[in-house]
Design a protein. Sequence first.
Length: 158
Amino acid sequence: MSEPTVRPYARRDRESVLRIAEDSFGGFCLDYNMEMHFGRMADTTWQERKRRGIEYDLRVNAKHVLVAELDGEAVGFICTRLYGELLTGHIANLAVAEPYQGRGIGKALIGHALEHFRQQGMRYARIETLEQNYKGRNLYPAFGFEEIGRQIYYYQEL
């Protein structure tokens, strides 16, 4: 298998990134949990809501989005955000297309994101995940991330 190339996001990646997002976050995002509990919300699916969040990063933070490419195909992405006043880089979303998972692509994306943070003068890196994301809970500490707290999400139907 060839090694993935990690490069800055380009407009031509938009549909691939959005497709990967819709296909990759089932069981691993808050919108999915809400839909499993309440059913469709606001007449949208969890995939549509997740897509909107990724579209926001592509529109507002495109220069901080990285894409993993393998044999000319976008196979993963990572959306990052910079909080300059806090000297903190935030990994907001990370996804690898299912057929390419387990090949080190997520690791490559995280490594490049951390280097991007360093180049931008950040001193800290932040990432969060849901408790049910066992892959992330094992992967992130391997990069030196330490758990510093847990948050509980509460919702109710009105």
